[in-house]
Design a protein around this ligand. Sequence first.
Ligand SMILES: [Zn+2]
Length: 114
Amino acid sequence: MQCPHCAHPDSIRYGTSRGVQRYRCQACRRIFQTLRRGKDPALKQQACQLYLEGMGMRAIGRVLGIHHKTVSRWLVQAAEALPASPPQTEVCSFIEIDELCTFIAKKNLNVGSG
Ligand SMILES: [Zn+2]
């Protein structure tokens, strides 16, 4: 079992906590367990996607089988994780619009001959 703290590959079994196997790292001596606490991160992402699609928090809670206040907390966490300002885009100094010019020229020719 790889240690999540120092990534050392050797660890030994170190009892259980609430039925979950615990391990102790041979290098840094820290104790860890395999299962993560809390809900699946994929479920959090799905809740955020459903919210962006226009679903309400209570509806998301019903669909995913979680409490609506949990959904609310996840959305706040996701919003706080976003950067304060939108990412800066490169300033564009030259735009090529060849296709648009060709289209207008053809359209003008058609009008003239008709
Ligand atoms: Zn370690």
